[in-house]
Design a protein around this ligand. Structure first.
Ligand SMILES: [Fe+2]
Ligand SMILES: [Fe+2]
Length: 240
């Protein structure tokens, strides 16, 4: 991989100009924000807003359960099926997004490391598995009679969370090491999320779904090892 960091004319730190630092600190004391209040006021406002706010969304009743009595629906799908459906929706959104994130990283790696590089091959392999996982979750949602195209609340949140990672990967100025660091964030969550999902499916009375997820969890273990190793190996070689 190319060198991760480069020495250059970076003027952002205070050590670059002690004289300006002094006048900057004086200005902080003299010039007050034109909006009254401090961080305490922001906190208070946030508390009020949190208390007033509506939920971020809802879990739709499975299409096949429409017209069923609520109790029948519960008996067929477990005590609180909406929890599992919400988390399955989250996994679906995350894996779908994962494919897009890997696509962005593959483009970066092709440009900086070459289309035939080992890195591109590893990234393509993981990308294809993320795609498989997306379809696996879609099938599980359909098994429960729910709609995989519905955006559940946790799916919505998953999309928002991944926005920063997507920005890092699609920024053409970021290098391979920075992109791989962003993917490491994703894979750490990916791994923990599959572990939890298997546990939730078991606890919700869906052993078959839980069983069908084990292969995906093993592949996620492999993703995490691969990305961690690539990040570490690259930096250690450069620093020594
Ligand atoms: Fe994944
Ligand atoms: Fe993954």
């Amino acid at each position: 991989m190319a060198t991760s960091a480069k020495v250059g004319a970076n003027m952002t730190g205070v050590q670059m100009s002690p004289k300006d630092t002094k006048s900057l600190l004086e200005a902080v004391e003299q010039i007050r924000p034109d909006v009254p209040g401090d961080s305490k006021a922001i906190k208070t406002e946030r508390i009020v807003r949190n208390e007033e706010a509506e939920r971020i969304g809802s879990v739709p009743v499975p299409g096949s359960a429409k017209g069923m009595l609520k109790t029948t629906f519960d008996m067929a799908l477990g005590k609180s099926p909406e929890i599992l459906i919400d988390k399955l929706g989250e996994r679906l959104a995350f894996e779908r997004n994962g494919v897009r994130l890997y696509d962005a990283m593959i483009a970066k790696a092709k440009a900086l490391e070459g289309a035939d590089s080992d890195l591109v091959q590893v990234l393509k392999h993981i990308r294809d598995e993320e795609f498989e996982h997306m379809n696996l979750v879609r099938e599980a949602i359909e098994t429960l009679g729910a709609d995989p195209t519905a955006m559940t609340p946790c799916a919505d949140v998953a999309g928002v969370k991944a926005m920063g990672v997507m920005q890092v990967l699609t920024d053409s100025r970021t290098n391979v090491a920075q992109g791989m660091g962003a993917l490491l964030t994703i894979e750490l969550e990916d791994n923990a999320a599959w572990e939890l999902l298997i546990e939730l499916a078991e606890a919700g009375g869906h052993p078959n779904i839980a069983k069908s997820f084990h292969k995906a969890k093993e592949q996620e273990d492999d993703h995490l090892v691969k990305i961690k190793t690539l990040v570490r190996r690259d930096l250690i070689v450069q620093i020594k």
